[in-house]
Design a protein around this ligand. Structure first.
Ligand SMILES: *[C@@H]1O[C@H](CO)[C@@H](O)[C@H](O)[C@H]1NC(C)=O
Ligand SMILES: *[C@@H]1O[C@H](CO)[C@@H](O)[C@H](O)[C@H]1NC(C)=O
Ligand SMILES: *[C@@H]1O[C@H](CO)[C@@H](O)[C@H](O)[C@H]1NC(C)=O
Ligand SMILES: *[C@@H]1O[C@H](CO)[C@@H](O)[C@H](O)[C@H]1NC(C)=O
Ligand SMILES: *[C@@H]1O[C@H](CO)[C@@H](O)[C@H](O)[C@H]1NC(C)=O
Ligand SMILES: *[C@@H]1O[C@H](CO)[C@@H](O)[C@H](O)[C@H]1NC(C)=O
Ligand SMILES: *[C@@H]1O[C@H](CO)[C@@H](O)[C@H](O)[C@H]1NC(C)=O
Ligand SMILES: *[C@@H]1O[C@H](CO)[C@@H](O)[C@H](O)[C@H]1NC(C)=O
Length: 522
């Protein structure tokens, strides 16, 4: 696998990443003889240090600098016989700080709806305006390299407040949009992100769009970053459009232990039984404490995964999943958790979600911790006892802020370096001495949802395994079948918002957005 990271100044993050080296491995768990296709994802490294207001000319120059780098990746992807190449969310301007509605405007372009104006092939247009310069570049990149290109771009659409009550005051919609160009340069999909995450300069479409596109190698759709947390953008799309290949450009800030990119994305592919193709980026924020981004990969239902945390072009032969295959969601039975002991409760925040946790003690135990009436139970046995520099925390949360947008119940077991007192992310501090568990059984007393996403990350010689034959999962219960070193383990029960009609607007509480922006995922 070619490593094409750009050489930038050394940061803590880079040190961590280089120590983990190449994490790319394909772990097939069960055989499947359906068709397959070759797919590539490019994970760039970007440095967020540019001033915020630039002219259209400067904006095009900044974006073109990234596209020049992506052009080389497209050529390499073509050499590897890829049929489709995906770039992450914010692949053109994640390096700009402090966007406002006006300052982002120069990065946006007017993009026709391919369901109305088809075929639109900007690469073939003779007289193009400056308004579609970027579209033209991606269209030509697809045509020249004869592969499908998926890119995340900024979109503008003018509107008239007299005719459209949703039209913003400045007379234009601004969208976070995925475009898909077919291998002849024709635009075949335009998808507008529905669930923005602290992006006040963009608008959300009135309802979740389900934009599928057919290719000679299967039926696809795309969703963007935080869309993966919602039923209308994830589950409804899969169900109503019968699509099993979901392309997922994202700029994911890992938030351990519940929302680390790789294990969380793998758990969604597993439960929804889809091929999830995740393109993330590595974002350095020199002026701030760098949140841990990175972690792109390919997740194929229960049958395998492959990912990397390095800046890299990743390529794989992905096995298709039968569109009639059912999901793996299941009703979770009630279980009896041990009585909560009198251990000290450690309370910490994951974004705005507060977690009650207790530290595992001794060599073995049957313990529980509660958050309100929701309790998480754990039966465990170490072999031998953990190194004195690390501890394991069992946490429980039953999160609801009243908006009904973010609700979740979760149990999690994570590794904590005692000098830092936070759950380790991926990649972890290279000095962590992960403990071996001989036995683990994790479960909750009662989930209010059938949408439970299990995440188990085991260590295998300094690389992470998120789908492992030594893990048993059944209806809200996780067990280890073999003694293994453990990074973290989570049961995330997602309580989806009630379906809202397209006319009512959902107001996201400001405090939550700001709190989660600092720490969380986009
Ligand atoms: C931002 O960082 C890049 C890479 O370190 C550097 O080349 C560039 O000059 C920096 N730009 C600014 C405005 O500081
Ligand atoms: C972004 O905003 C912060 C806070 O207002 C400010 O400190 C910083 O200098 C701004 N960055 C740029 C590049 O304008
Ligand atoms: C492109 O512009 C030239 C000069 O303005 C004009 O003669 C020609 O018809 C245009 N071509 C198309 C396809 O619009
Ligand atoms: C908006 O629509 C109204 C009614 O059709 C029209 O009179 C007005 O000129 C339009 N405004 C703009 C800015 O196009
Ligand atoms: C390009 O390919 C797409 C998808 O196969 C097809 O629908 C479209 O008509 C083609 N465009 C042109 C200009 O031939
Ligand atoms: C995909 O499969 C083809 C045919 O078996 C093989 O030549 C190619 O090397 C594979 N590509 C990857 C990235 O594994
Ligand atoms: C914990 O529970 C398991 C299963 O119920 C039981 O076999 C084991 O002896 C218990 N261990 C401890 C330390 O209480
Ligand atoms: C573990 O990884 C290192 C570095 O990649 C390698 O040299 C070593 O052989 C591996 N050990 C095992 C048991 O796989």
């Amino acid at each position: 696998m070619a490593v094409k990271g750009t050489d930038k100044k050394s940061t803590m993050l880079q040190v961590l990443l280089s120590l983990v080296s190449c994490l790319l491995t394909w772990i097939p768990v069960s055989a499947n003889n359906a068709g397959s296709y070759t797919v590539s994802v490019y994970q760039p490294r970007m440095v967020n240090n540019m001033s915020s207001f630039v002219s259209r000319k400067e904006a095009v120059a900044l974006m073109s600098r990234h596209i020049d780098e992506y052009e080389l990746q497209a050529e390499e992807a073509a050499r590897r016989k890829s049929q489709i190449l995906i770039f992450p969310e914010y692949c053109l301007y994640a390096d700009i700080e402090n966007f406002t509605r006006d300052s982002v405007a120069n990065f946006l372009e007017t993009i026709p709806d391919p369901e109305v104006n088809f075929p639109w092939t900007p690469c073939d247009l003779e007289n193009t305006t400056d308004d579609i310069t970027i579209q033209r570049k991606f269209s030509c990149m697809a045509k020249k390299n004869k592969l499908y290109i998926v890119a995340n771009v900024g979109e503008r659409e003018t509107c008239n407040q007299t005719l459209d009550s949703r039209c913003p005051d400045d007379g234009r919609y601004q969208f976070n949009t995925n475009v898909v160009y077919a291998s002849n340069g024709t635009l075949v999909s335009r998808y507008r992100k529905k669930h923005l995450f602290g992006e006040p300069y963009f608008n959300e479409p009135a309802v979740a769009e389900h934009k599928v596109f057919e290719t000679p190698f299967g039926r696809f759709a795309s969703i963007t970053c935080f869309d993966i947390y919602y039923e209308d953008t994830l589950n409804d799309l899969i169900h109503y459009k019968n699509v099993r290949n979901i392309i997922f450009p994202n700029m994911w800030f890992s938030l351990p232990p519940l929302f680390i990119s790789v294990p969380y994305h793998a758990s969604v592919a597993w439960m929804a039984n889809i091929n999830l193709i995740s393109a993330n980026l590595i974002l350095d924020l020199p002026s701030k404490v760098s949140p841990l981004t990175g972690g792109s990969g390919f997740y194929s239902g229960t049958s395998g995964f492959s990912y990397s945390s390095n800046p890299d072009l990743l390529t794989i032969n992905m096995t298709s999943i039968n569109p009639d295959a059912p999901s793996n969601y299941a009703v979770v039975p009630k279980r009896v958790t041990p009585a909560q002991g009198n251990q000290k409760i450690i309370n910490y925040l994951v974004g705005n979600m507060d977690i009650n946790s207790i530290q595992l003690e001794g060599k073995a135990g049957n313990i529980s911790v509660c958050h309100g009436n929701f309790c998480c139970g754990l039966e465990y046995e170490f072999t031998p006892q953990p190194h004195p520099s690390v501890a394991y925390w069992l946490g429980a949360t039953d999160y609801a802020d009243g908006s009904r947008q973010y609700d979740a119940q979760a149990c999690s077991l994570c590794t904590v370096v005692l000098s830092k007192m936070v759950c380790e992310s991926i990649p972890a501090d290279p000095n962590v001495k992960f403990a071996q568990f001989k036995r683990i059984r994790m479960f909750a007393n009662e989930f209010k949802t059938t949408f439970v996403y299990p995440q188990v990350t085991l260590m295998n010689n300094r690389s992470y395994q998120v789908l492992n034959p030594n893990v048993y999962y059944n209806r809200g219960e996780i067990k280890l079948l073999k003694t293994s070193p453990l990074h973290s383990m989570t049961l995330l029960g997602r309580i989806y918002p009630p379906h809202v009609s397209s006319t009512s607007r959902v107001v996201i509480p400001r405090v939550l957005v700001i709190g989660m922006l600092v720490l969380s995922l986009l």
